[in-house]
Design a protein around this ligand. Structure first.
Ligand code: SAM
Length: 254
């Protein structure tokens, strides 16, 4: 098997495509409701979903706007999205297999761009942000949503460790300060930041990614060994369920 990072991502997500289409964590949530309100106000003519996964953002964009481009590295994921869009009667979603840091679109071609729960997998994090700015029309909303890491190193090390054990295609959860600085460098002007706490049920979190037992056991061992500060911040429960920090940064392309 190829060990290139992008191959690792497609190897991880391809066989799990239906689990992501069906995932309750991805198909709903306070963050998705907040996003829907923004999409509803904008009613974008042409919209882009970067790292579409199970397609939950693309479906919202398609319901409230015009044409939607759903981009992902995984062909299997895109096939599952196309099938699910058809079942929902959404005929305005086109799927594109590409990496976010090399988008197959012309400059200034989208009215609205979103990426949700994908950037922590990007090898080219800054390149992906620059590409989002390039293909956005000047002044268009570019909405970035992801898990973020608390600034404190003790908490950060725990989060990155369990994320990598659960999914070997994990690259990095960034702090809000790292996000802000990267957005400035990419030419995306932050307008607002919202944060939430998201409860993750351990069993379904592990099952969705089909984490090998050896890694799943290592996560449980790390959780049991974690100091009080870590257990408290992530609200780690006896069954391994815990709570993470998520964010939505609303920016405008400059
Ligand atoms: C957790 S899923 C995304 C969830 C989805 N956006 C949602 O809101 O339900 C992460 C997705 O990012 C995709 N991905 C990771 N790196 C990527 C890259 N460099 N370019 C495009 N897609 C990427 C993966 O293939 C995977 O389908």
């Amino acid at each position: 098997m190829s060990k290139a990072h992008d191959a690792l991502v497609t190897g991880q997500f391809g066989p799990r495509a239906n689990a992501y289409v069906e995932s309750a964590v991805h198909a709903a949530g306070e963050d998705l409701a907040a996003l829907e309100a923004l999409i509803g106000q904008a009613a974008p003519g042409r919209a882009l979903d970067l790292g579409t996964g199970g397609g939950h953002v693309a479906y919202l964009l398609a319901r409230h706007g015009g044409d939607v481009a759903a981009v992902d590295l995984s062909a299997d994921m895109l096939a599952a999205v196309a099938q699910s869009a058809k079942a929902k009667g959404l005929t305005n979603i086109a799927t594109h297999r590409a990496s976010v840091d090399k988008l197959p679109f012309a400059d200034s071609s989208f009215d609205f761009i979103v990426s949700r729960y994908s950037a922590h997998h990007w090898r080219g994090f800054e390149g992906g942000l620059r590409e989002a700015r390039r293909v956005a029309k000047p002044g268009a909303p570019v909405i970035l949503m992801d898990v973020f890491t608390p600034g404190e190193a003790l908490l950060d090390t725990h989060l990155q460790s369990v994320e990598l054990l659960r999914d070997t295609s994990h690259v990095r959860n960034y702090t809000l300060a790292e996000w802000s600085a990267a957005l400035v460098r990419a030419g995306l002007a932050a307008k607002s930041v919202r944060t939430w706490r998201l409860h993750l049920d351990y069993q379904s979190w592990i099952a969705r990614m089909r984490t090998p037992p050896v890694f799943a056991e290592a996560i449980r061992a790390l959780q049991k060994a974690a100091p009080d500060e870590v257990r408290r911040h992530f609200a780690i429960k006896d069954d391994g369920s815990f709570t993470i920090d998520t964010m939505m940064i609303e920016t405008l392309a400059q």
